[in-house]
Design a protein around this ligand. Structure first.
Ligand code: SF4
Length: 333
């Protein structure tokens, strides 16, 4: 951490309430190096008129410390469009910043680290989609939001993990091309009679979970509730009590009486939900997304100061990609 930033008594007082909230996730000895960044970022974002968006997989010091809006990637892009500031800083990965730019083309979208990618988004290119369309003429293309702007532009309609089944069924067709997540495609296929042509993309975080670890954990915690994300492999979904998007996982936790919960998703989400639900024991075999973790307080402060790393997308691509998202929104989030 930058030695220029001092943990002054003013910063200590102004960040005390926040520390009390997130103290379970940051050792006390580290707070004097973390708090000055949070203080500086919050001061600078106000001075420069920047709204900070943070994905559910960001660490608690970002999620609770500096973000103005938190949520899933699509929610952030849609909410980002409603904010009054001309600049947005995305604490998330590259495709999320691109999606925010698609929804708010007139705004400057900052991304602290352009190397924050995503194994799913990088599994497919616009050329791949064009070839799939050529090989399957007339079959509509439904694309998960975890894709690049170029891929969205080749798409008939976007979807999220929450609305994928609804979107597919809204098309009134027998068959769709569903991209790029193979496991999400399998999950969706189990919920609809529409035939799915899938791609072989995978989330490198969710694919690591196994049903074996769930079976072992259930021995240790007999009343354990297992809540998985549909990007997980089918055996994990089968071994779960509930499967849903990050938003529905959060709602599940809010409405359950369970004492022990295993959220089968990126680890920081459990940390963030734990803070709001201190009486629940979140069992955590921890899988972190290496791309999400490239976003740090130091990187956010640098990005705010320099404003160098901002998203640029060709206007025509924005227009076509936005069409795919708007068609999805018209069906329902
Ligand atoms: S958690 Fe998976 S889907 Fe999300 S950004 Fe990381 S690699 Fe991509």
């Amino acid at each position: 951490m930058n030695s220029d930033l001092k943990f002054t008594s003013e910063i200590k007082n102004k960040t005390e309430k926040l520390y009390k909230k997130i103290e379970g996730t940051i050792p006390k000895i580290e707070w004097p190096t973390v708090a000055p960044y949070i203080y500086e970022i919050n001061k600078l974002k106000k001075e420069k008129g920047v709204t900070i968006l943070a994905h559910n997989y960001q660490t608690p010091e970002i999620y609770y410390g500096v973000a103005d809006i938190v949520g899933d990637s699509l929610g952030l892009a849609i909410d980002g469009d409603k904010v009054k500031t001309d600049k947005i800083l995305m604490c998330g990965v590259h495709f999320m910043a691109e999606t925010a730019k698609i929804m708010s083309p007139e705004k400057k979208i900052l991304l602290p680290d352009f190397s924050a990618g995503c194994s799913l988004a990088e599994s497919i290119t616009a050329d791949d989609v064009r070839k799939l369309k050529k090989d399957n003429p007339g079959i509509p293309v439904v694309t998960y939001v975890n894709t690049s702007a170029d891929v969205k532009a080749e798409t008939d309609i976007c979807c999220t993990s929450a609305n994928a089944v609804k979107i597919i069924e809204s098309l009134n067709v027998d068959k769709v091309i569903f991209l790029p997540d193979e496991y999400l495609a399998k999950y969706v296929a189990s919920k609809t009679s529409v035939k799915i042509i899938s791609w072989n993309g995978k989330c490198e975080v969710h694919e690591q979970f196994t049903d074996k670890e769930i079976i072992e954990l259930r021995k240790k915690y007999p009343n354990l509730k297992v809540v998985s994300h549909p990007e997980c492999p089918p055996d994990v979904i089968k071994a779960s009590d509930y499967t849903g998007s990050t938003g529905s996982m959060i709602n599940y936790v809010k409405n359950t009486n369970a004492k022990d919960i295993f959220l089968v998703t990126e680890c920081s989400m459990s940390d963030n939900i734990q803070i709001e639900n201190p009486n629940i024991n979140f069992v955590k075999p921890c899988n972190l997304c290496p791309h999400m973790k490239k976003i740090t307080l130091q990187g956010i402060l640098k990005s705010l100061k320099e404003e160098n790393n901002y998203i640029e997308i060709d206007k025509k691509i924005i227009q076509r990609a936005r069409g795919a998202i708007e068609r999805m929104i018209a069906v329902g989030r």
